[in-house]
Structure formats: structure tokens, C-alpha cells
Design a protein around this ligand. Structure first.
Ligand SMILES: Cc1cc2nc3c(=O)[nH]c(=O)nc-3n(C[C@H](O)[C@H](O)[C@H](O)COP(=O)(O)OP(=O)(O)OC[C@H]3O[C@@H](n4cnc5c(N)ncnc54)[C@H](O)[C@@H]3O)c2cc1C
Length: 538
């Protein structure tokens, strides 16, 4: 029996303090925080963990500089503090990055005002990042000749942060830490709604979406963390809430790397909104859009694609304008934005002013919690607030003050580096790679990386790259097969790794290494999983 089957078996037979429905960032931090503090926790996701909004973000951990324009200083302060907290807690996964902003003539503010705002932003963020810099058009030209400065009135460089790997991997690491603390978390299990019995216990009907079998799970508390589907789930469970969601669609295109400088190029798009060119490994991610939609089920349309390409081609002096043929992959998601129930948000102005904050609605009588809105940047606050809320609902968490987030401390990292040194790992594996293997293993696997080092000590071959054109090594696949609940090839290519984002579909299909990886991940089911993803024979 594999990890997933074992977990489903336990869900059917055990009783839980808390059931969390939804394994995006909000559900994942709820599970990680509650499990680390001693709660008996179960989590289900109808698809893979982080398969919805949390795999389609801009990967930015930012203090919300744009809310300065609407004078929402308390929100900016809160987001800056969250950003700082994440930067300190995840030194290898979250990095400071410079935002390099060019302003064109006719923009609603002068470059001096923007510089002043960036100084204020720096101060609101406690000056923990590098200082902002004023940029003249000439400087922009010299430092980033790619930027079209024909119309420039100068610009500003300031700092925020970003997720070095990708959002879905960041989310999975919270799921992994919840699993390590005895949470039963399982993917491809859908909630069909919850009902309370006469003892006040919740019974939630679940369906295993791989086998179509249905079963029930018992819990004292239910947390609805379904992201864009929170309202729909509440309807199924007969819950009325103070808030609900409206949706804003955002897309990104991933194209070959367009600048060697590791910074985010920032512009204001034709619709006046912030528009980014963001490094993604050996590629560049461009976006995003902000379109009001009525349903969470969306996809990239030809108009979205054209909007992004037109805007970027207008603002960069590329040797050849980017066109559809340059697109390696696309991302598309909806931001679940919180509005008070009954409030109307009809005008475009109301729409753009809708805040990206989160709200936690609690039904104290029924012991039901719904998480609305939020950002990846706010995730530690959400985890902490959920712990507080379940305590208010009468659940005692035995390890109240246990720290549930962050990378292992410096002493453990030093010990790891000593081990790396003793087996001469980087001397043998760094040639030609984008970063040292040991750095990547630590960032992705934390303390599990010690085990990987031991395995490499015994057999160096497993530190060799397996999939052509990528730096994924053989021992990572074995680790992923055992611990990462990978059910489909897409789970691996799109979320545990970002290979499907940075590698063309055709190249993956022709990769002999990926076939071998598929065998490590799925054993005798490899041909089915391959066919499911590529639509052709193994
Ligand atoms: C274009 C875009 C750019 C963004 N950029 C940033 C950024 O740079 N920085 C930042 O901090 N934030 C950003 N965000 C916001 C951030 O991505 C979201 O706020 C966050 O990912 C929402 O997480 P969630 O857990 O609420 O929802 P989701 O990630 O959508 O998770 C909900 C989960 O619930 C599951 N589910 C739904 N129904 C059921 C059911 N019945 N049973 C079981 N499971 C169910 C789904 O499968 C899904 O996995 C961006 C968002 C978008 C769309």
C-alpha cells in the first residue's frame, strides 16, 4: 500500500479534531500549524495539493507597494512585516530581489514622487532590505539596455522578495511538514459537503477522485479552505458567512530568459496596472492581468495572450518582438477576493480597490471556519490565526507555542554544510549547473537533505542529472516517489518541480530521462501515467 492509500484508510477509520478541506496555501498552513501544535488533523484536496490558485501566482512575497497609492498604510505595514518575517524564516527559499521600474511620459505620477514613495515603503518595511535608488533614463539605458527608454522619465529601483523555486513547491513543503507531524493529508479526495450530527460532530462526505469510492470522515471542527470554491463548499454544508468571494483572473506567460540580470523589471501596463518581468530559473515569467470574471473556471484566452505580448513588446527593445512561438508555458488563475456579503462592487474603481487581505469567518455555534482571500505573503499570519481560532472553539493544542514554520536553524545548516564538504559533493556536481546541488537540496528538502547526502555518499551515481536539460538528479526522484504523494505525472512536472513550466512540452515528451523518472515514480503504472499526461504511448 502506498502513502496515499494508507492515509485514505486511516481517514475512514479515525476521528479528527479538525478536517481541513483544500490544500492550497491557506489549507496547507492551517494543517502545518495545527499539526505541529499537537492537533489531530486531516486535510483533503479534490485535486493535487496547490493545484489551483496557489500554483498560478506571480511568486512574489511583497509588502504591497501598490497599496501606497490608495493610502492603505496599515495594510502595507502588515504585508511588509509578513514579508520580513518570511524572508527571515526562509533564507534559502525566499530571496530579496530588486524591482527595476521604468516610467513612461504621461504616467500619473512623476519619477520623484515614485522615488519618495519607495523611500517611505522602505521605511515602513523597517529598512531591512537594500535602499531604493532613483534612476535616470540614461542609467536605465546603461544598466538594462533591454528596457525601451524612448519615452522614459526615469524610474526607481527598490526591493521586495520572491519565491526562488515556485509557489506550489512552497505550499507542498507546508503539507510535508504537516505530514511529518502526523497530519493525514491526502490529494484527489473531494469533499461533497459536511453535516453535523446530534452530538455536534461533523460528518463530511468524501470521494476518492481516483477510484470514485465514497466514504465519510468524522471531525470536531471543519475548516473550509477551498480558495475560489469556499462559497460553493459552504452552500453544500449549509453555512452562511459574513464574507464571500469575487474573482479576478490573472495570467502569466513563460518565455526564454530575456535578461541575465536577476531582477524583476516593472512597468505600468496600458491599463495602468503593475506589470512584471520575473526571473524563473533559466526562463522569464511575464504578467499579469487583472480581469473580473464570474467563475473560478478560467483559461488563457487569445486576447489575454495578446495583451501580455503587446505590453511587453512595447516596453522592451528585444532583438525580435516576442510572439506566441516563444511561449514555453502559461499560468492562469483567479484571485479569490473578499467582499462583505451584501456589498456591491460594481464600478471598475470599486473593483481595482478591492483589497487582497484575508478574512476568517467563524461559526462559533457549529464550529465551522471559512478562510477567504489572502496571499502567499500572508501565510504565517493565517496559520497563527487558525490556531487561535480553534482554541476559541474549545480545542486545546498541547504544544501551544511550538514554532511550526521556517527553515531549520543555522546550527543544523552548518552541520549539513560540513557533510556536503566531507563527501565533496559540490566539487563533483557543480560544473555547468545553475547552482550548487547542495544548495538546491537544502532549499527543497530541508532536513531530509541529510538522508539524501548519506545515499549519495554510498552511491555517487544518484547525484547525476536524470532528465536532460534540467538539474533534477536521480536521488530526488526516489525521495519524491516515497514522500511526496505524486499521483499523476503532472503533479511532479508542474507542482513538486517546475519542469513543465520551464521546459517545452515536446522536449519533455522526447526526454528518455523523463521516462526513467516516470518508472521511479510510478513503477509498473509508468506507461499509464505517461499516456495520461502526453496522450500517447510510453
Ligand atoms: C495571477 C495571480 C497572481 C498572484 N500573485 C501573488 C503574489 O505574487 N504573491 C502573493 O502573495 N499572492 C499572490 N496571489 C494570491 C495567491 O496566489 C492566493 O491568494 C492564494 O494562492 C490562495 O490560496 P488558497 O489556499 O486560498 O486557494 P487555492 O490555492 O485555490 O486552494 C484551494 C484548494 O481547495 C481545493 N478544493 C476546492 N474545492 C474542494 C473540495 N470540494 N474538496 C476538496 N478540495 C477542494 C482546490 O483543489 C485547491 O487546491 C496571486 C494570485 C493570482 C491568481
Amino acid at each position: 500500500m502506498d502513502l496515499r492509500d494508507k492515509t485514505i484508510n486511516k481517514l475512514e477509520h479515525n476521528r479528527y479534531d479538525v478536517l481541513i478541506i483544500g490544500g492550497g496555501i491557506n489549507g496547507a498552513v492551517a494543517a502545518a500549524s495545527l499539526a505541529a501544535r499537537g492537533g489531530q488533523v486531516a486535510l483533503v484536496d479534490k485535486g493535487d495539493f496547490a493545484c489551483l490558485t496557489s500554483q498560478n501566482s506571480s511568486n512574489l512575497v511583497w509588502g504591497g507597494i501598490k497599496y501606497m497609492e490608495s493610502f492603505e498604510f496599515p495594510l502595507v505595514r502588515k504585508l511588509c512585516k509578513s514579508r520580513n518575517h518570511l524572508l527571515r524564516s526562509y533564507p534559502s527559499a525566499i530571496k530579496e530581489i530588486r524591482f527595476y521600474t521604468n516610467l513612461d511620459r504621461g504616467f500619473r505620477h512623476s519619477s520623484h514622487i515614485l522615488y519618495f514613495a519607495s523611500l517611505l515603503y522602505w521605511g515602513i518595511g523597517n529598512f531591512i532590505t537594500r535602499a531604493p535608488r532613483f534612476l535616470t533614463p540614461l542609467q536605465i539605458n546603461q544598466e538594462e539596455p533591454l528596457v525601451n527608454t524612448n519615452n522614459s522619465i526615469g524610474g526607481v529601483e527598490y526591493s521586495d522578495a520572491y519565491l526562488y523555486d515556485n509557489d506550489a513547491r512552497f505550499v507542498f513543503n507546508f503539507i510535508g511538514s504537516a505530514l511529518d507531524n502526523n497530519c493525514e493529508a491526502v490529494n484527489y479526495v473531494e469533499s461533497l459537503g459536511s453535516k453535523q450530527n446530534t452530538n455536534g460532530e461533523w460528518l463530511t462526505k468524501l470521494r476518492n477522485n481516483r477510484s470514485n469510492e465514497e466514504f465519510e470522515i468524522h471531525s470536531k471542527i471543519v475548516i473550509n479552505a477551498c480558495g475560489p470554491y469556499v462559497d460553493q463548499q459552504n452552500q453544500l454544508s449549509d453555512q452562511t458567512t459574513l464574507h464571500h468571494h469575487v474573482f479576478s483572473k490573472g495570467i502569466h506567460l513563460i518565455v526564454p530568459k530575456i535578461t541575465e540580470n536577476e531582477r524583476v523589471l516593472t512597468f505600468f501596463a496600458d491599463d495602468g496596472r503593475l506589470f512584471f518581468v520575473i526571473p524563473m530559473g533559466g526562463r522569464t515569467m511575464i504578467g499579469t492581468t487583472d480581469t473580473r470574471v464570474s467563475s473560478p473556471d478560467t483559461k488563457v484566452t487569445p486576447e489575454d495572450r495578446q495583451f501580455v505580448l503587446d505590453n511587453i513588446n512595447k516596453r522592451l527593445d528585444l532583438p525580435q518582438p516576442l510572439n506566441e512561438g516563444d511561449i514555453i508555458s502559461e499560468r492562469c488563475g483567479v484571485r479569490p477576493l473578499v467582499v462583505a456579503t451584501g456589498e456591491k462592487n460594481n464600478s471598475d474603481e470599486d473593483w481595482t480597490k478591492l483589497s487582497r487581505k484575508h478574512e476568517i469567518d467563524v461559526n462559533y455555534e457549529k464550529r465551522h471556519i471559512s478562510i477567504f482571500g489572502g496571499k502567499l505573503t500572508d501565510c504565517i499570519n493565517v496559520g497563527e490565526e487558525i490556531c487561535e481560532t480553534v482554541k476559541q472553539l474549545g480545542l486545546s493544542l498541547p504544544k501551544q507555542n511550538h514554532k511550526w514554520y521556517g527553515e531549520p536553524d543555522e546550527k543544523i545548516h552548518d552541520e549539513y554544510l560540513n557533510n556536503v564538504h566531507s563527501i565533496k559533493l559540490d566539487e563533483l556536481t557543480s560544473i555547468g549547473a545553475s547552482e550548487a546541488l547542495s544548495t538546491r537540496l537544502w532549499r527543497r528538502y530541508g532536513t531530509q537533505a541529510f538522508g539524501l547526502l548519506e545515499n549519495i555518499r554510498e552511491n555517487r551515481d544518484i547525484a547525476e542529472p536524470l532528465i536532460e536539460g534540467t538539474d533534477y538528479v536521480r536521488c530526488e526522484l526516489t525521495e519524491a516517489a516515497e514522500r511526496e504523494m505524486i499521483v499523476t505525472l503532472e503533479d511532479f512536472l508542474r507542482r513538486r518541480s517546475k519542469l513543465a513550466l520551464v521546459t517545452r512540452h515536446e522536449d519533455l515528451k522526447n526526454s528518455q530521462g523523463l521516462k526513467e523518472a516516470c518508472e521511479i515514480l510510478f513503477g509498473e503504472e509508468a506507461p499509464q501515467r505517461w499516456e495520461e499526461y502526453f496522450g500517447e504511448r510510453f
